[in-house]
Design a protein around this ligand. Structure first.
Ligand SMILES: CC(C)(COP(=O)(O)OP(=O)(O)OC[C@H]1O[C@@H](n2cnc3c(N)ncnc32)[C@H](O)[C@@H]1OP(=O)(O)O)[C@@H](O)C(=O)NCCC(=O)NCCS
Length: 492
């Protein structure tokens, strides 16, 4: 079935129905053609998106065809480090690919990044065995957008229950301390230091990433957040006189029936060459066995170039099944032309929209308003534009509803895109007649106007676009909840 107008918007993770629909598409897109996919479980994703995280913001964003979710994006950015970067994961239902849905989600990502003043985009691709960058859709898509591969890791797995036998030399000069769940208070500062050392030491190729420095408090908060979805199994190594030497972590999910993750394994530089990496892993596997889990796979990731860890993994029976490809794209900050617009509603909630017709024949129904001139504030620009276009005066305190960022060609000559700030103007219905003549309006592509009822907006299906494209949902929210406390960010 041909798609209608694709709209993209952030969804509310607390809205169970919207979250479920978004997650189902994210998952279906992410697992397609992969034999050992690791996708965060529904529960873990819900827990994460529904709780505050002082370190990282994570936004669920969906692409809709009408009411149906056809593509899903997780848009993330760190709050204390990597302040120039955003991280995107985009997944499209296999049956709906190659119709521009991925590109529409990418457009939202560019808009949001521009609004945050961030210019570096990062993405991770899972490329299964049997595919290459020339045949894997994710790689082709990322390459088309201009992403460059900066770091490649093997994604390795070993089946569970773990049955591999590993004979180890006895460990001399070190002791191992294991725990499940939160780190015992006495080891917390040391554990935080080791996590920071891991962030410093782990190979990341050419990725722009500032190593995170963990404080004991931040680590406790991380533990509390992850404990909602995983039990952490940790083994720490220290010298006999108490100096920390390394650690390893597994995340045992509370709800994922298939996958356990073996994450960080670190041995400090001075302590390498004593088989500590193998002892740490063996001790944590022993801990895992005690938990009698029913999952099918233990996953781990190691840089292709990390010879020492590759050797340890091979010894423990891990087999590489995918490449985990990290890529990055830096784009100059777009220049955006600011505009102020009015959501003009009459007492019956009809909205006044102008019809814009363009040289290529396409038409858009958009709220009145226009570009901010040098030295003008948004309210001043709004008042001038409304006087010129429709002949009404907005109230000085018109509620600021939405902040729209569109990064795309063709919206404002000489700019990479536009911002539109929308203000609510309530008025009786009237026949628009501003100071501009019909010819002057036509020179600005305006060819007529209409008052559209709430129902007409809700049932609009194109081919003429509404602007913003998500107007039906925005008006519906405005009707239900009134003006927002803060302007809501929107994309195209
Ligand atoms: C990657 C993915 C999101 C693309 O979604 P999509 O809706 O098919 O993307 P689009 O239709 O917007 O494609 C944009 C361009 O990417 C390139 N591209 C995407 N898939 C391709 C494929 N299978 N073969 C060749 N080129 C492809 C093309 O240049 C395409 O433009 P074109 O169709 O005009 O030639 C989708 O394949 C997917 O969900 N893959 C699994 C998850 C993943 O790897 N995501 C990576 C991004 S974080």
């Amino acid at each position: 079935m041909a798609l209608g107008v694709i709209t993209v918007r952030e969804i509310d993770p607390h809205d169970a129905q919207a979250f479920d629909a978004w997650y189902a598409v994210l998952r279906a897109g992410a697992v397609a053609d992969r034999e050992v996919p690791l996708v965060f479980s529904h529960q873990a994703t819900a827990n994460s998106l529904r709780s505050d995280n002082p370190i990282k913001t994570r936004l669920p964003v969906a692409a809709f065809d009408g009411e149906r979710v056809v593509g899903a994006m997780l848009f993330e950015y760190y709050l204390k480090n990597d302040l120039d970067a955003v991280i995107v994961e985009i997944d499209v239902l296999p049956a709906e690919r190659r119709q521009g849905i991925g590109t529409a989600l990418w457009g939202w990502a560019r808009s949001k990044a521009a609004s945050l003043g961030r210019t570096i985009y990062q993405a991770e691709l899972a490329v299964p065995d049997g595919f290459t960058p020339e045949t894997w859709p994710g790689s082709l898509f990322a390459a088309k957008l201009g992403f460059v591969v900066e770091h490649v890791e093997d994604h390795l797995v070993v089946p569970l229950p773990y049955e591999h036998r590993v004979e180890l030399e006895p460990l001399e000069g070190y002791e191992l301390i294991s725990w499940a769940g939160p780190c015992p208070e006495e080891y917390l500062p040391v554990y935080a230091d080791l996590r920071s050392a891991m962030a410093r030491d782990v190979p990341i190729g050419g990725m722009s990433r500032e190593p995170k420095v963990w404080t004991a408090d931040e680590l406790r908060q991380l533990e509390e957040r992850t404990a909602r979805s995983y039990q952490a199994l940790v083994v720490l190594a220290r010298t006999l006189d108490g100096r920390p030497a390394g650690y390893t972590v597994m995340y045992l999910p509370l709800t994922d029936p298939d996958n356990v993750q073996q994450l960080d394994t670190l041995v400090l530089r001075d302590d390498r060459g004593h088989n500590l990496g193998a002892h740490l892993k063996a001790a944590n596997l022993a801990q895992l066995a005690e938990h009698r889990t029913t999952q099918k796979w233990l996953h781990t990731w190691t840089a292709e170039t990390n010879g020492a860890m590759q050797k340890v993994n091979a010894r423990f029976g891990f087999v590489a099944r995918e490449k985990n490809v990290e890529c990055e794209l830096e784009l100059p900050a777009p220049t955006l032309r600011p505009a102020a617009r009015a959501v003009v509603l009459d007492p019956e909630d009809r909205i006044l929209l102008l019809r814009f017709e363009f040289a290529d024949g396409h038409a858009v129904w958009a709220p009145p308003g226009g570009g901010v001139e040098a030295g003008e504030s948004l309210p001043q620009a709004l008042a001038r534009e409304l006087a010129e276009e429709i002949g009404i005066e907005p109230p000085a305190d018109a509620p600021h509803l939405w902040h729209q960022v569109t990064v795309a060609d063709g919206h404002a000559a000489g700019f990479d895109g536009v911002t539109n700030d929308y203000f609510l103007v309530r008025t009786d219905a009237f026949d628009p007649a501003g100071s501009m003549s019909v010819e002057e309006m036509q020179a600005e592509n305006v060819h007529g106007y209409r008052w559209l009822t709430f129902e007409e907006i809700q049932s609009h299906r194109g081919p003429e676009y509404l602007s913003p494209r998500t107007l039906p949902v925005l008006l519906s929210r405005l009707r239900d909840d009134g003006p927002p406390a803060e302007p809501v960010f929107i994309g195209l």
